[in-house]
Design a protein around this ligand. Sequence first.
Ligand SMILES: Cc1cc2nc3c(=O)[nH]c(=O)nc-3n(C[C@H](O)[C@H](O)[C@H](O)COP(=O)(O)OP(=O)(O)OC[C@H]3O[C@@H](n4cnc5c(N)ncnc54)[C@H](O)[C@@H]3O)c2cc1C
Length: 388
Amino acid sequence: MSLLTKQQEKLVQRARDFVQTELLPLEKEVEKSGGISSESSNEIIRKSRQEGLFAANIDRRFGGGGLTTLDNVLLQEQFGATKEILARRAAGNIYECIKEGTAEQIERFLIPSIRGDRHSALAVSEPEAGSDAASITTRAVRCDAGWILNGRKYFISDADFCDYFIVAAVTQPDLGPRGISLFLVDRSQQGFSYGKSFNMLGFKGTTHRELIFNNLILGKDALLGEENDGFRILGDTLGKARLSKVGARAIGKCHRLLYLMKKHAQDRQQFSKALIDFGQIKQMIVDSNIEISAARALLLQTAKEIDTGLDSRAAISQVKILATETLGRVADRAVQVFGASGCHDEEVIESFYRDARLYRIIDGTSEIHMNIIAKGLKRSVGPCFVAS
Ligand SMILES: Cc1cc2nc3c(=O)[nH]c(=O)nc-3n(C[C@H](O)[C@H](O)[C@H](O)COP(=O)(O)OP(=O)(O)OC[C@H]3O[C@@H](n4cnc5c(N)ncnc54)[C@H](O)[C@@H]3O)c2cc1C
């Protein structure tokens, strides 16, 4: 019996069909050519919009799909079963923080992104500021026109594909994290240039670039939300994205790896026996099954909590850790079960193994999420017995 509603089952089926017919056939192209053509990107976006799967997390009043967090997590799990670049194109990488913008910003940036006409990235990390995001030095200083922006951002995902960036910059240096603001920066603006290109371990097809802002003049209308409120905005809006783009997609990858492991262990024979009949192989598959089920249960529970309005920051961190660390173990076992066949680039196992490593670093490392959970635990000792 399924725990999903009829509507959720239909959504999942639609997404699964889309992944199978539209995205899986492109996986080889991504791995071999190191990306997908702009024609393929546009086609994915067009078809995903047609199916009602694009920008599904964004409110209907802006033209998005208006899915609940739980429904979006169910959708992103399906997208997670394929390569990150394909999942990104099909889902649309739209940041909810733009909703905090003015009507004009929503019109210029959010609405075209929901239509699939404009694409954005979030630019926080810098050469000297990673986990400690409050230590960024990119600076926005007031001028007559608005702001002058100077600084460098590192590792920005999909930067080549993007038309604009949501840039975190210091506006009041003496206030630490409370002196950081967000700006909407068009890549066509004078003073913007790309710097280094990082060839990452995984996520083939997605570029990771350095962005350089050199005396870039921003109008007053480039400020997103209130001045010095950037960290609060990111804190309030990134959690849900973390749950769906990272947690749910990691679980989607786990499911595909588990399926491939089970199939291979039944199909391949050694010593006149199917691999599944060797206890050590069985153990790897059973352990994976248990761990994926536990991580998925926490993922869905947390999504439901968000939809009921509960404060879920620590729970999101738990999902981030459990889902991505589970993916790491499952991908490692999948390579083992496949042997040499899991080590070359004709099988998705090899690329998921590389991608899995990145999942524990992106969107806050496991250690940083552990610190968030620990802070919550320190604040409240909790009940001695199981709480209701
Ligand atoms: C594939 C990929 C895509 C990315 N895309 C983007 C993007 O689009 N936009 C963007 O802004 N950034 C992006 N990043 C950067 C990402 O946000 C950072 O990698 C991440 O915040 C960690 O920072 P760091 O890599 O500088 O590691 P560091 O902060 O230098 O940390 C190094 C190690 O020290 C540990 N550590 C640090 N502080 C503590 C602490 N207090 N307690 C315990 N351990 C600690 C970390 O957990 C880690 O293990 C991307 C990174 C990757 C790998």
